[in-house]
Design a protein around this ligand. Structure first.
Ligand code: PEP
Ligand code: MN
Length: 321
């Protein structure tokens, strides 16, 4: 999932959307309703932003994920978006959680900056309890004491969440670090640690961004990162796939936990071996869906720990950018 922090104009959104689609992203992100620390900061274009997102989606074919902050806006956002984002500041906005829980669209739930993993899981429970089984958990960093990075990206949350919950887990290294130059390494680390997807801010011209420009990748860096992730994927027994491939695979194989209905998530979360032949995006996918423990000669050296991956930490699964 990639795109600008905020929808700012048609021109900038379309440029970012074209770029992330061209680089192989599975979903387009962009905020129309922005939770800003200062009320004087740019607050987003609201419903106009939603309509630009819908146009960008039509133009690129990418489904859209966008934030909803207010229970009153949920129906409108659900009309325009494929995935409803509940931001970290609203992780414990219980009426909002209940409201998105009553929608048929999947919900991307971001961890609060001071929330424990248990609190994140309990927040997800509010959505599930209303009947919406399609919740995607997102680690986006927690508050630390060191200003070197914007937040402390808790990559250990990935295996913990995967152990405790059947829900897919994605990572947002953009907010997690706050600096574009740290995003690629944390994106790679998240994939190796078992994330089911990534949420990455990309801006056509980060210097012009009204929001979070310093952490936005340029289209060029994002494209390089995507190539990099495709190269890395087979080393940890994973496959990066398109939304269409993930949907198709889900229809034929049950997900990691058997707990979620097939076809319900917009991003790839399935075991690599379950991708039907012919459904992988053309071109740049790594050859072969290598199972963990079956790495090509020499690749082991490239793993940080210098050890062969263990089956429980490198499940054969799909990662959706
Ligand atoms: C965002 O995704 O743009 C955002 C505001 O994220 P968070 O809620 O994690 O701060
Ligand atoms: Mn942002």
């Amino acid at each position: 999932m990639a795109g600008p922090c905020a929808v700012e104009s048609r021109e900038l959104l379309f440029a970012a959307a074209d770029a992330v689609a061209g680089a192989g992203a599975g979903l387009l992100r962009g905020g129309a309703f922005k939770p800003r620390t200062s009320p004087k900061s740019f607050q987003g274009l609201g419903s106009e932003g939603l309509s630009l997102l819908a146009q960008a989606s039509q133009r690129t074919g990418l489904p859209v994920v966008t934030e909803v902050m207010d229970t009153r806006d949920v129906p409108l956002v659900a009309e325009h978006a494929a995935v409803l984002q509940v931001g970290s500041r609203n992780m414990q906005n219980f009426p909002l959680l209940r409201e998105v829980g009553r929608q048929s669209k999947p919900v991307l739930l971001k961890r609060g900056a001071a929330a424990t993993i248990e609190e994140l899981l309990l927040a997800a429970e509010y959505i599930l309890q209303e009947g919406n089984p399609n919740v995607i958990l997102c680690e986006r960093g927690v508050r630390g004491f060191d200003p070197s990075t914007r937040y402390v990206l808790d990559l250990a949350a990935i295996p913990v969440l995967r152990e405790r919950s059947p829900l897919p887990v994605i990572v947002d290294p953009s907010h997690g670090t706050g600096h574009a130059r740290y995003v690629p390494s944390m994106a790679r680390a998240a994939m190796v640690a078992g994330a089911d997807g990534l949420l990455i801010e990309v801006h056509a011209n980060p210097a012009l961004a009204k929001c979070d420009g310093h952490q936005a990748l340029t289209p060029e860096i994002f494209a390089k990162l995507m190539v990099n992730l495709h190269e890395l994927a087979p080393l940890c027994g994973r496959v990066i796939c398109s939304v269409a491939a993930a949907d198709s695979a889900r229809a034929t194989r049950s997900p990691r936990t058997n707990g979620n209905p097939a076809g319900s998530f917009p991003a790839g979360i399935l075991p690599a071996g379950s991708l039907p032949a012919g459904n992988l995006p053309a071109g740049n996918l790594p050859a072969g869906n290598l199972p963990a423990g079956n790495l090509p000669a020499g690749s082991q050296d490239r793993l940080d720990a210098g050890q062969a991956p263990r089956p429980n930490s490198f499940d054969d699964e799909v990662i959706a950018p």
